[in-house]
Structure formats: C-alpha cells, structure tokens
Ligand binder design. Structure first.
Ligand SMILES: NC(=O)c1ccc[n+]([C@@H]2O[C@H](COP(=O)([O-])OP(=O)(O)OC[C@H]3O[C@@H](n4cnc5c(N)ncnc54)[C@H](OP(=O)(O)O)[C@@H]3O)[C@@H](O)[C@H]2O)c1
Length: 272
C-alpha cells in the first residue's frame, strides 16, 4: 500500500494529520512538548506520556486550550516494559491505535570514560535506546495493520559523531540511529516510515542540566558553560525546541512518505 494513501476523511490542507492519533513520549516539557503542540496544530489527536503525571496533566490542559484537539496524558516509564505496554494499551483505548509514534523521552548524563560505570551505561541505553525499541515494538503492529504509520525518534548529533565525556549517551544515541535505519528498511513496503532527527544543543531543561554539571565540575560560570555549548553551533546559538518540532511535524505528513531511514541533523550546521 502506498504511504500517502488511506488518509482519514477529516484530513485537509489545514489539518493534514486530522484523524491520526500521535503518541509522544516525554511530552510534558522541552522538545517533546513542542512536538506535541506541532502535531496537534497539524490536526492530530495526541497522547503525551512521561513519568510525572502532574506535569503531563498540566501540559495536556495547555495543549487542549491552545489547539482544541483531543489530548490525553498517560503515565509511562520507557525503561519499564510493563509500563510501556500498559500505557500503549491505555492510549489505544482513549484515542484508538496510534498511527504516529515520537520516541522523544531521553536523558543525558556525562562522565569521563574512567568514571562511566555499568549502571550509568545501562541508564543511558535504557532511556535513550531501549525505550524507543519497546515503544516501537508495542505500536508498530497497529501501524502495519493500518498500512500507514510514522515513527520519529529524537536522537542527537551525538548519534552521528563522537562526544567526549559522554560515551554512554553517545553510544545509546548511535544505537537509536541504528534502530531507525534497520527498522526503516524492514518496513519500507508497508506504508510506515521510520526516521530520526538529530538535534544539536537545544534550549531545554536537559541543557540547563548540562550547564549545571559543567559549573559544578569546572568552576566556570553558567554563562561560560553555556557559551562552551553554543560554540559548536555555527549559528552561535542553541537550537529552539520549536525548530525540532517543525521537522518532526514535516516527517509525519502524508506527503513525506518517501523520506525513510533518515537521521537528519538539526544543528545549525554543526555536522556540515
Ligand atoms: N536538549 C538538547 O540539547 C538535546 C539535544 C539532542 C537531543 N536531545 C534529545 O531530545 C529528547 C528530549 O530532550 P529535552 O532536551 O526536551 O529534555 P528534557 O526537557 O529533560 O525532557 C526529557 C523528557 O523525557 C522524559 N523522560 C526521561 N526519562 C524518561 C523515562 N524513563 N520514561 C519516560 N519519560 C522519560 C521526561 O519526563 P519525566 O521526567 O516526567 O519522565 C521529559 O519529558 C531526549 O531524547 C534528548 O536526548 C536533546
């Protein structure tokens, strides 16, 4: 079946994702919240998931008010297989089978390699790679049955190049890019596309945490630490969450059906 076919009747130029249910992991804040807003603006009904139900419900109310779309908040820890299964089943009951999955949940911890223990290695892989595997495994069968679907994972420029003092995070994001490329080929004839976006440093709580770590470990000021992160971006600034969300929204459009297996930098030219 063609990836551009089987548009729900409600879809229109103004709301090309109308009739589609999108599930966004880690949707309460940062890049995930911006993605949820963009997909709702494009017409999708949206389930946002994460570990903090209070934060999710607050964001859900904002999304409903801003877009008028059906939005639900469901608790999910992507590192826990039972939690992923339960949350996906709950989301399916609320809004029907998700046709769009955005694997956004993730965490970033840094450490010199000599101080990277097995627990840190596992935390990074569980949050950034295994979570996407579990969510994709839970939701892909519905997409394949429908003959249409979009899986977009939020990887990182660290999924495409080496980042010193972040071996565990870097390896996990490379794993996420590998998952994306292999799965994209496996489902290429199904109407489902599988892509990743690879942001550079983006203005969210995650970067605020990185700045705090640099300050604590080096004694530099927060301004110096932020400048250090920005230095790698040729545009001389952090990426904005809405800029990542705009690309994710585009990848989810029916008209993006030929874009499959991509790991697209959104980095102001960092990897150019
Ligand atoms: N900011 C950057 O510079 C940057 C650059 C490249 C890639 N990224 C990637 O972009 C994604 C979003 O990051 P962000 O910058 O928006 O960071 P953020 O503000 O810290 O958001 C991370 C989100 O992931 C959720 N999350 C974390 N662990 C989870 C778990 N075990 N189960 C379920 N949800 C979990 C968090 O919600 P709860 O804590 O409530 O669970 C939160 O909503 C991440 O995958 C990150 O690696 C970020």
């Amino acid at each position: 079946m063609s990836g551009t076919s089987s548009s729900p009747a409600a879809a229109s130029a103004a709301a090309p994702l109308a009739g589609r249910h999108a599930l966004v992991t880690g949707g309460a804040r940062g890049i995930g919240a911006a993605v949820a807003l963009e997909l709702a603006r494009l017409g999708a009904s949206v389930t946002i998931t994460g570990r903090s139900i209070e934060a999710l419900e607050a964001r859900r109310d904002e999304l409903r008010a801003a877009t008028g779309r059906p939005v639900h908040a469901v608790r999910m820890d992507v590192t826990d297989p039972a939690s992923v299964e339960d949350a996906c089943a709950h989301a399916r009951r609320l809004l029907g089978p998700p046709a769009i999955l955005v694997n956004n949940a993730g965490a970033a911890e840094s450490a010199p390699f000599a101080r990277t223990d097995l627990a840190l290695w596992r935390r990074m892989h569980d949050a950034n790679a295994t979570g996407a595997f579990l969510c994709s495994r839970a939701l892909l069968p519905d997409m394949l049955a429908a003959g249409w679907g979009r899986v977009v994972s939020i990887a990182s420029t660290a999924g495409l190049r080496g980042v010193p003092y972040a071996t565990a995070y870097t390896a996990a994001k490379h794993a996420l890019v590998g998952l994306t490329r292999a799965l994209a080929l496996e489902v290429a004839r199904s109407g489902v596309t599988v892509n990743a976006v690879c942001p550079g440093y983006t203005d969210t709580a995650l970067v605020a945490g990185a700045v705090a770590t640099i300050v604590a470990k080096t004694g530099r000021t927060a301004e110096e630490a932020r400048a250090e992160l920005v230095r790698g971006n040729p545009q001389g600034r952090l990426v904005r969450p809405e800029e990542v969300a705009a690309v994710v929204g585009w990848l989810c459009l029916p008209s993006s059906a030929s874009t499959n297996g991509l790991a697209l930098p959104i980095d102001g030219g960092e990897l150019a």
